[in-house]
Design a protein around this ligand. Structure first.
Ligand SMILES: *Cc1c(COP(=O)(O)O)cnc(C)c1O
Length: 518
């Protein structure tokens, strides 16, 4: 069916372009598209009103002013670009804060009155001292996954008791630093690490608050979850008994790495086992995967009580809450996830006859992702001939911008889709299927794979790529020795720099051949 639709579309496309308005810039070989382009993915809607912003992709305070310019946090993008240069990461502080608050409110309400919920902002999505403070001021804790992230959270003066430390291969130095700072919890990832934490805590003369990261055999991504017995991944401790373990009628987890870890942690003198943790994936839209994982971990909590008479006080259900990167994505409000999850947790706890533990979650992208927009300037444009689905010759417009995979690696890493709009002026004219690419020496350097842009898009126009607040700056690199862009926050009509743009001099300073000259 899909194939046939494509062909019908292609036949229409063979007609000359039509419906152009007077004065419109029509380039040779450019197709001005009225219906879907045969090279476009099915979800991509041909734009009817390109001035409109898709609400779910942009910060809540985004709009276009009467000159058609995109305005973020009360500042128009041409002003932002003039003040701070491009590429530029822009984060709406109000949007970040309101998404953070929405998680706290939704989960606290859903789990009341039985228990409290701690929302940990997953700092790896985007971390700066300001962002950590925003999270803390909105009542969130902060998760870190390395010494560097921990250093930023501590520098932001986040209360140490409200910081967590993750990682599958923490160094001794990282563990000691966490212990000495008095952070709230270390999430242990292996038996080996548990033993090291115990030893290091003994040397430091402290007791380490520990959660165990378990792999419940539930992988979730976007619309579905997959349940597997064995998880072939580096993180966590499996709930599946090892093949040579004796079966135990009363405890299906006996002989699993998770069970051994619980017993080791309970016996360890310098560990205070706070509870169990899991993180089942990313970009998850539906609650089912979280529900299944929660039920499994609560099953284990029940066995721990039956065997050891201990009710572990905490349960962390991880992050991974999905966001809209393109119009095809329809994430749920945190309230819907929270209510479904609270129902599943209550049912499972009733079945085990245990109290509902204190719950924590760890959203990252769902807080900062939609709050962020990346601004680029258009440079070279090229129309490239491409073979269509039925052998016809089609044209795709390549629009090159002044950044690329160094400021947004998600396309290269995950084949991630994004969307974009012409941002600096009124949108006029028809649209052409375009691919926004960077300036790096890689053909895979694609920022937005498929988007309809106005045919009038020209050099120096500003493009805005929404939903880039998470995992763009934090994954940025210096590839091709491009300086990493600045991150600015916008709020109430003003912008301020959160992270300065890198300079060539800073890059050269790392080079001893250069440093030797001064
Ligand atoms: C990455 C990560 C998160 C955050 O994931 P998001 O998709 O940004 O919500 C939370 N917890 C752990 C353990 C992670 O590794």
């Amino acid at each position: 069916m899909a194939q046939r639709r494509h062909r019908a579309g292609a036949a229409q496309r063979a007609r000359p372009t039509r419906g152009l308005r007077a004065g419109e810039d029509v380039r040779p070989m450019t197709e001005t598209v009225a219906g879907p382009h045969p090279l476009a993915p099915e979800w991509l809607r041909p734009l009817t009103d390109s001035a409109a912003l898709e609400d779910k992709l942009f910060p809540a305070d985004a709009h276009r002013d009467d000159q058609g310019r995109l305005v973020l946090g009360g500042v128009d993008v041409e002003t932002l670009a003039a003040q701070h240069g491009t590429p530029l990461y822009v984060i709406s502080e109000d949007d970040f804060r309101s998404r953070a608050r929405a998680f706290v409110e939704a989960f606290s309400e859903a789990f009341a009155p039985e228990t409290d919920v701690d929302v940990f902002y997953a700092g790896k999505a985007f971390l700066s001292t300001h962002a950590a403070r925003w999270a803390a001021e909105e009542g969130l804790c902060v998760d870190t996954a390395s010494g560097g992230e921990l250093a930023v959270a501590l520098a932001a003066e986040v209360e140490p008791a409200r910081i967590g430390l993750h990682g599958n291969n923490k160094s001794d130095a990282e563990i000691v630093r966490a212990l000495k700072a008095g952070i709230g919890r270390i999430i242990a990832d292996s038996l080996d690490e548990l033993a090291r934490i115990d030893q290091l805590a003994r040397s430091a003369g402290v007791t380490a608050p520990v959660m165990l990261r378990l792999t419940p055999g539930v992988h979730a991504s976007t619309h579905e979850y997959i349940a597997t017995a064995h998880e072939d991944q580096k993180f966590g401790l499996s709930l599946t008994p090892s093949s040579d373990a004796d079966t135990d009628q009363e405890n299906p987890y006996a002989g699993s790495p998770a069970w051994s870890a619980v017993e080791h942690a309970l016996a360890a003198e310098h560990i205070e086992l706070r509870g169990l943790h899991c993180h089942i994936g990313s970009q998850i839209f539906e609650p089912e995967g979280f529900e299944v994982a929660a039920a499994k971990l609560i099953g284990l909590l029940g066995r721990v009580r039956a065997r050891h008479g201990v009710e572990l006080p905490e349960l962390d259900l991880g992050g991974g809450h999905g966001i809209a990167y393109t119009e095809a994505d329809s994430p749920r409000h945190p309230r819907q996830i929270a209510q479904a999850l609270a129902g599943a947790v209550r049912t499972a706890c009733d079945a085990e006859g245990i109290e509902v533990p204190r719950i924590s979650i760890e959203p990252g992208r769902a807080i900062v992702g939609p709050a962020g927009v990346t601004l680029y300037r258009v440079g070279v444009q090229k129309d490239v001939q491409v073979d269509g689905p039925s052998g016809e010759t089609l044209s795709r417009r390549y629009v090159a911008v002044d950044g690329g995979m160094s400021d947004n690696a998600r396309g290269v890493l995950y084949d991630a889709d994004y969307s974009a709009v012409l941002a600096g002026r009124k949108v006029t004219g028809n649209h052409v299927l375009s691919r926004i690419v960077g300036k790096h020496c890689e053909s895979g350097d694609i920022v937005v794979r498929d988007v309809y842009l106005p045919t009038t898009t020209a050099r120096d126009d500003l493009l805005a790529v929404p939903a880039t607040g998470a995992y763009c700056h934090s994954l940025s690199s210096n590839y091709n020795l491009l300086a990493r862009p600045a991150v600015v926050a916008v709020k109430d009509g003003a912008s301020r720099v959160l992270i300065r743009r890198e300079t060539e001099e800073q890059m050269l300073r790392r080079d001893t051949g250069f440093a030797a000259q001064d």
